[in-house]
Design a protein around this ligand. Structure first.
Ligand SMILES: Nc1ncnc2c1ncn2[C@@H]1O[C@H](COP(=O)(O)OP(=O)(O)OP(=O)(O)O)[C@@H](O)[C@H]1O
Ligand SMILES: [Mg+2]
Length: 236
């Protein structure tokens, strides 16, 4: 068994002929919550999508628990234990909250599987909304639902792309608290964010991306103390 849950090395990606990732390198260890931080257009979503196989990558390596997954189809990568929650959330609009969760259920074979009951415990806001349709949920409720749905697949690694995006500050705080609890209970997470303050509260480690390259990796405390990196790459 590999020491890394995820290791990304030399990952490149293109949209048409335009290169967006220029050799992205970072690693996520078991139990870490790694924040992938960077400005608008830095390449966070592209990195996430290339890892999850929803867009093709050019070159490099992406290993999930030591096994090469780069170049595999996204459903196979998901089946291998990588759950990706994209920026646009993609709740099933005509299904109830409960069906959204059940459609994603998959045994992790570890004996500590996520169940509906555990999801409602982790996201108490969802419990009274069981029979509500996906399209009737607020943005914050949808975000909680898609995180819950990702967990129902018992992933080895959870990828969250900008979970705070477009949500009111009070909802952002609730989402942050839930993600922090997931991290505390041992879920390994890779979180893409523009909002550094959101990450500083929940991440254990950070990787800063700028123009398609990782320019800094450290613990969250290390970044907090590094004014130079914050002003150079994170516009704060
Ligand atoms: N479908 C696409 N076609 C062409 N170029 C794209 C496409 N999606 C993204 N890009 C470009 O790739 C670069 C990286 O975009 P990406 O979405 O990965 O950034 P990001 O860090 O997630 O930004 P944001 O914080 O705005 O979500 C940007 O220059 C963007 O304009
Ligand atoms: Mg993005």
């Amino acid at each position: 068994m590999s020491e890394q849950v995820l290791s990304v090395a030399g990952l490149t990606a293109f949209y048409g002929t335009s290169q967006v990732l220029f050799g992205v390198d970072f690693e996520v260890k078991p139990g870490q919550c790694m924040a992938l931080l960077g400005r608008n257009g830095a390449g966070k979503s592209t990195t996430m999508k290339a890892i999850a196989g929803v867009i093709p990558s050019g070159a490099g390596s992406v290993k999930l628990e030591g096994r090469e997954i780069r170049g595999e189809k996204s459903y196979k990568i998901a089946r291998a234990g990588l759950a990706f929650v994209p920026e646009d959330r993609q709740v099933f609009p005509e299904h109830t909250v409960e069906d959204n969760l059940l459609l994603a259920a998959k045994s992790g074979g570890q004996g500590n599987d996520w169940t509906l009951a555990r999801i409602y415990e982790a996201f108490p806001l969802l419990a009274p909304l069981k029979t509500r349709l996906g399209r009737q949920l607020s943005g914050g409720e949808q975000q909680m639902l898609v995180i819950g749905r990702a967990l129902m697949g018992n992933p080895r690694l959870l990828l969250l792309d900008e979970p705070s995006e477009g949500l009111a500050p009070v909802i952002v705080q609730q989402i942050a608290a839930r993600i922090k609890e997931l991290r505390r209970s041992g879920t390994t997470i890779l979180l893409a964010e523009q909002n550094m303050h959101f990450c500083l509260h929940i991440a254990t480690h950070v990787a800063v991306i700028d123009r398609g390259r990782i320019v800094y990796t450290d613990t969250t405390d290390g970044l907090r103390a590094n004014e130079d990196i914050k002003t150079r790459y994170l516009s704060v």
